[in-house]
Design a protein around this ligand. Structure first.
Ligand SMILES: [Zn+2]
Ligand SMILES: [Zn+2]
Length: 228
């Protein structure tokens, strides 16, 4: 396979503590989190029994958090909360790789948050993430679970030696966030290249796809969320 190509994405499954299958997505990016109530987006058309909580892990730009809160609220039609941030668990750092092991960060977060039945937690971090078989991952999510993480590290043009493009950076972050949360709602990768659930083999693929679901994935999501 293409494990060592850093423009590729990879996914693997494993059993979680509560029997969840974990999907690990290989794209380039990372994230962080935190806990505490703050700013809730209330929607008149939302499903009050669903919610998404955003957690920064380490330092994360406040503007990105607010953009995610707004866009995710529109996409998933549920309340989105921003929690206080938490520090990056130091034990998840690999000094040889100079990266953080995303699966271990999720393990730590599982001990810090207790999601309700219809609550999702998305951790957002600025550090570079990895899993042992891969050079890096853009994010990781529990399939049909409650917890996901994305990294912003490889979404910035600065990472590639290019001038910063804030609009492009934010759009990439939204795509990664929607994609990972889609996995927590049970969605798998989609063959439609413009669907947000499409598997990205490169950042080009990420930029090509849109931040929304194709009609088929949208139907599956709405069935899962009871929005039909
Ligand atoms: Zn994926
Ligand atoms: Zn799709």
């Amino acid at each position: 396979m293409k494990f060592r190509n850093k423009t590729e994405k990879h996914e693997k499954k494993r059993l979680g503590i509560q029997g969840f299958i974990t999907i690990i997505i290989l794209v380039y990016v990372c994230l962080f989190g935190s806990f505490s109530d703050a700013m809730v987006v209330n929607r008149t058309d939302s499903r009050p029994d669903h919610s998404i909580s955003l957690l920064s892990v380490g330092a994360v730009d406040d503007g990105v958090m607010k953009t995610l809160r707004s866009r995710l609220s529109e996409t998933f039609r549920c309340d989105v909360r921003i929690h206080d941030g938490t520090n990056i668990p130091p034990e998840t750092y690999n000094p040889q790789r100079k990266q953080y092991w995303s699966s271990r960060i999720l393990d730590v977060l599982r001990k810090l948050v207790i999601p309700s039945e219809r609550e999702k937690y998305l951790a957002i971090t600025g550090v570079d993430l990895y899993v042992p078989q891969l050079n890096f991952v853009f994010g990781e999510a529990e399939l049909e679970g409650h917890l996901a993480i994305i990294s912003l590290a490889r979404l910035s043009q600065i990472f590639y030696g290019l001038p910063e493009d804030r609009a492009l950076f934010s759009e990439r972050a939204v795509k990664e966030a929607v994609h990972e949360l889609g996995h927590t709602f049970g969605l798998r990768h989609c063959p439609e290249t413009e669907c947000v659930m499409h598997f990205s083999n490169s950042l080009h693929d990420t930029d090509r796809k849109k931040a929304v679901f194709c009609s088929r994935c949208q139907q599956l999501l709405e069935k899962e969320m009871g929005l039909e």
